[in-house]
Design a protein. Sequence first.
Length: 202
Amino acid sequence: MPLNGATLVAQWEIKKYSVTVTVDGQLFHEDEMAHGSEYTLPNADEIAHLIGDSEFGGWLITGELKNAGDIITITGDTTITAKLSNKVYYTVTIIDGETRTESIEDGKTFTVPAAAGKTGYDFINWTDGAGNTYTANQPITVTANITLTANYEAKIFYVTFLDMNGDEIATIPVKDSEDATPPEAPAVTGYDFLDWDGDYTN
């Protein structure tokens, strides 16, 4: 047909690009998206089944680190790779008569336990190897191996010694399970001292 006076309109088709999301070498998502489209980077919960015991640290796109939830604009074939690192765990050792250990993730909180108790002793506190003191139920942020030792001191009892008139001669502090050391009995005219009328030994 004659082309004299014809008007031609240029025809365009928007480019489409592949978008690939991988986690630890596993394909999480693959799609074809139009130039200029926006894609929201997945959050950690969405890929939890793929990361295992690793720590999720964001998304790498051509070497640039992006955060979960960031919106990117697609302008070419795009490969999005999860940045993963191995979780670090530290050992918390508890010494309180017996020794036990717990494995705690780096940066997580460990709650100092209540002391088991020790017959004849009062619990004082917990201490670590650096001499820091802790109380029961105190939270600790764990960033290294730590040993917590329960500290006790013997209960103190008091034994009072009286003279024959009922007047106090001395009150002696005694640790639990130890014997009291009696004072010297006062001299009484016309009497010989025999012994104390009660038991002051354990």
